[in-house]
Design a protein around this ligand. Sequence first.
Ligand code: FAD
Length: 346
Amino acid sequence: MKTRDIAATEPMTLAFEVTVSSVQELSPNFRRITFGGYCLRDFGVNGDTRDLRIKLMIPSLAEDGAELPLPVFEMTQSGWYREWLAMDPAERGSMRTYTVRQSRLDSVYPEIDVDFVMHFDADGHGGPAANWARNAKPGDAITIIGPNNRHAQCYTAEIYGGIEWRPGMAQRILLAGDETAVPAISAILESLPSYMTGHAFLEVPEAGDFLELTSPADVEITWLARGAAIGRSRPHGELLQQAVRSAVPEPGWVGIKASDGGAGPEPEDVNVDVDILWETPARMETAEIEATKNPDMPAGAMPFYAWIAGEAAVIKDMRRYLVRDVGIDRKQVAFMGYWRQGKAEL
Ligand SMILES: Cc1cc2nc3c(=O)[nH]c(=O)nc-3n(C[C@H](O)[C@H](O)[C@H](O)COP(=O)(O)OP(=O)(O)OC[C@H]3O[C@@H](n4cnc5c(N)ncnc54)[C@H](O)[C@@H]3O)c2cc1C
C-alpha cells in the first residue's frame, strides 16, 4: 500500500485509554503527570513532538465526587466530536488541550509526560483539568485524543496538523510564552538544530518555577517571574511583553524594510472573548502569504521566525506590536491564544 493510501484510510487521531504511571511535583506551579499504556504504541508523529497538542477527556464528577464514565466514541466514525458536544455537559466530561512534554514511545511500556499548570483561584477552585491533575495518582485512568502514528508517519512533523512549530528556513528565532506554553517551548528548544540562534522568553508565576532547560541551539533562554507575593505580583504578560519589545526593538530588525513610520499593516481585530486567537503561517491561505511577502527578501528566504503562545489578550497585544509596529511578515510568526482569562476552554 502506498503512503498516500495509508493516510487516506487511517484516522488522523485515536482515543488512547491510558493510566497515570507517576506524578511528580516539578515546582510550585507545575505538576508532571506521566501517562502509560500499551495502546501508546500507536501514538506519535514522524519526528520530534515539538509543540504537539493533545486533548484530554476529563471525566465529570457525580455528586458524591466519584468520576462518571466517559462516553466511548469510535474515532473512525465521522462526526463523533459534534455528537460529543451535543451531549449533556454534566455527563460528557470536559475536553482540554495540553502539550506532550516528553515521550518514550519506543519503550516496552510506552509513556508520555504532560506538565500541568496548577492554576487555582483564591478559594482553591480550578478548572476541570487543573482539579483533575491536583488529585491524580498512579493507576487513575483517562482518555487522551492524539495522533495516530500510522497516519502521521505519512507526513513530516513539519506539516502535521497538531504541530504549529514550522520555522521553515529561519535561522533566527523568537519563542515567547507564559506558563501554559512552557512545555511546548521546552520541547521545541530540545529539538532545535545547532545552527539556530535567538531568544526564548518564558513567563511563570514565581522564580521557583524556573525549570532546567537545554537546547543544542544558540538560543538565549530567559525566565521571567511575575512574583509570588500577593499584591506584589506583576500583571500577567507584562514582563513577557517588555522582554519581546526589547528583543525585537524596532523596524529594520532582522532585515525588515521600514515603510512609512516603520509600521506594518494593522492586523485584523480578533475579539478574544468570542473567537479563538490562533494565527499560524500553516493556517494562512497561499494568497494571504503571497500578500505578506517582503519583496526585499530572496524567494523562500525566511531568516526569522517567531512562535508566541499564552493568555489570548496578551498574545493579541504582542501580535499587534510585532506585525503593525515592527512590521514582521505574518507568515513569519505563529500567534496562539492557549487560554483566556476568565473563560473556560469549552
Ligand atoms: C495547544 C495548547 C497547548 C496547551 N498546553 C498546555 C500544557 O502543556 N500545560 C498546561 O498547563 N496548559 C496547557 N494549555 C492551556 C490549557 O489548555 C488551559 O489552561 C485550560 O484552560 C486548562 O483547563 P482547566 O480545565 O484547568 O481550566 P478551564 O475550565 O478551561 O478554565 C477555568 C478558569 O481557569 C482560568 N485558567 C485556565 N487556565 C489558566 C492558567 N493557566 N492560569 C490561570 N488561570 C487559568 C480560565 O480563565 C477560567 O477562568 C494548552 C493550551 C493549548 C491551546
